[in-house]
Design a protein around this ligand. Structure first.
Ligand SMILES: [Ca+2]
Ligand SMILES: [Ca+2]
Ligand SMILES: [Ca+2]
Length: 456
């Protein structure tokens, strides 16, 4: 939306309740992405809370220039609670020297077969580009002994009061705080610990004789974005994130939020999101997890049964451990938590490890690989067949097995009879033959030759 259009919008709205109209994604001095997929047309309107929001929305919709108007929903984190019971101190032997792992407090890593995966050499012999996981959460203890080494810093904009990289964010060296709209996403003592716990699961420093081990095995850097906001998803997509972890959400569908999610996915990001912890109440559908193409994560217990608290549904992509998960906390601390909030960053971390091993895969293909090689758990969960995604994460299989079909149906809506359907396939090793069945029972086949990627 042009500034003149915003002015005209303000004039059209005669409601005395309107306080501020702000374009959410104005054009940047440095055009990070040529195509913002229309996000520039979105504005945020603030109004006095004494008036009913439906009345305000109806007034706004009288303007024919408005496509849609909706409330701005609050999001909440998906951590179900601290675990107060002491952990069992069983000593394991393993080349990994992180004490949390050695003492057996991270059995969830064995459950997803991370230790076998760590021993695999990278196929590529060249320099490895770190995989960037954006952690959109409550902020981070940047000085934590087991996290400091794996934080991503934007060297193009040091903290000097100037927007050196001209991206519209002054001094976004450490990331950004979307709650306070400033350059400091650090957590301070007394603030909620959620983001520090999630970040350790995504990429705590491995093999440093401190704290915990992490699936990503030091291949992932953490881009820290504070506050549970969809604007942070846009920021992550514009600032090089491969993976975006959202251990939060709300039950409200929003057209605006869906647009931001689509934007990030179109930029090549894998959005990994917790399915939520309301299963014992109403098993609400949670967003962003339930938006199409978001990698939604449910929680399972150590025996691969659905965690009591975990939401479930057809929109879930995969399941990962979420009970008694030991990770980093404020002030060089460590704590146990449970919730789908802990399951999601484990999957994000696994996605980073797969991307490090297969740098040519798109993040969509990485997600597909994780799903295809998940261990089936439907038989263990007869009440939730098809509602816990493809199964429980198995990162070792995702790295070692071949033959995962990377086939994507490119349609955002149900395909009607007679409609043309685009199917894209990427073959990693060899020629392939695809079989599929149409609803009238006909079996179709097609052969697709393998091409070197340079030819594609
Ligand atoms: Ca900047
Ligand atoms: Ca600066
Ligand atoms: Ca460590």
């Amino acid at each position: 939306m042009e500034s003149t259009e915003i002015e005209s919008l303000k004039q059209h709205m005669k409601l005395a309740t309107i306080q501020q109209v702000r374009q959410l994604f104005p054009p940047m001095k440095r055009n990070l992405t040529d195509n913002q997929f229309g996000l520039m047309r979105i504005v945020e309107i603030k109004y006095k809370s004494a008036v009913d929001i439906e009345q305000v929305i109806n007034e706004i919709l009288k303007n024919e220039a408005i496509e849609y108007a909706e409330p701005s929903y609050n999001n909440r984190y998906h951590y179900a609670g601290d675990v107060s019971s002491a952990v069992t101190n069983t000593v394991a032997t393993h080349p990994v020297n992180d004490p949390g792992f050695v003492k057996g407090w991270q059995s969830y890593l064995e459950q997803v077969h991370a230790p076998e995966a760590w021993g695999l050499p990278l196929k590529s012999t060249g320099a490895v580009t770190p995989v960037i996981i954006a952690v959109i959460d409550s902020g981070l203890d940047f000085d934590h002994e087991d996290l400091a080494g794996n934080i991503y810093y934007n060297e193009a904009d040091p903290v000097d009061g100037i927007d050196n990289d001209e991206d519209g964010y002054i001094d976004n060296y450490r990331g950004w705080d979307f709650a306070d709209n400033d350059h400091d996403p650090r957590i301070v003592k007394g603030e909620y610990n959620h983001g520090t716990h999630v970040s350790g699961l995504a990429s705590a420093v491995m093999n440093n004789e401190k704290g915990i081990a992490s699936i990503a095995n030091n291949y992932a850097k953490l881009l820290i974005l504070k506050g549970y906001y969809y604007e942070a998803i846009k920021y992550a997509a514009d600032h090089g994130a491969n993976i975006i972890n959202c251990s939060w959400g709300s039950t409200f569908f929003s057209a605006y939020n869906q647009e931001v999610v689509n934007y990030a996915i179109n930029q090549g990001c894998l959005i990994v999101a917790s399915a939520g912890n309301e299963a014992q109440e109403n098993n609400a559908t949670f967003y962003p997890a339930a938006y199409p193409n978001v990698f939604a994560v449910s929680s399972v217990d150590p025996s691969d049964k659905k965690s009591d608290f975990s939401n479930y549904g057809r929109y879930v992509s995969i399941s990962a451990p979420g009970n008694n998960i030991y990770s980093t906390g404020y002030g060089n601390g460590y704590s146990l938590m449970y919730g789908t909030s802990t399951s999601s960053p484990l999957v994000a971390s696994a996605a980073a490890l797969v991307k490090a091993h297969f740098p040519l895969l798109t993040m969509l293909e990485v997600g597909n690989r994780l799903k295809h090689y998940a261990d089936p758990i439907d038989n263990l969960n007869p009440m939730h067949k098809g509602q816990l995604g493809a199964g429980r994460l198995n990162v070792y299989r995702a790295l070692t097995e071949e033959g995962a079909p990377n086939v994507f149906v490119e349609s955002n809506s149900p395909v009607l009879p007679g409609a043309l359907l685009a199917i894209s396939a990427s073959l990693i090793e060899e020629d392939a033959t695809y079989y599929w069945e149409t609803p009238d029972g006909l079996t179709k086949t097609t052969k697709v030759p393998y091409l070197e990627r340079s030819q594609i």
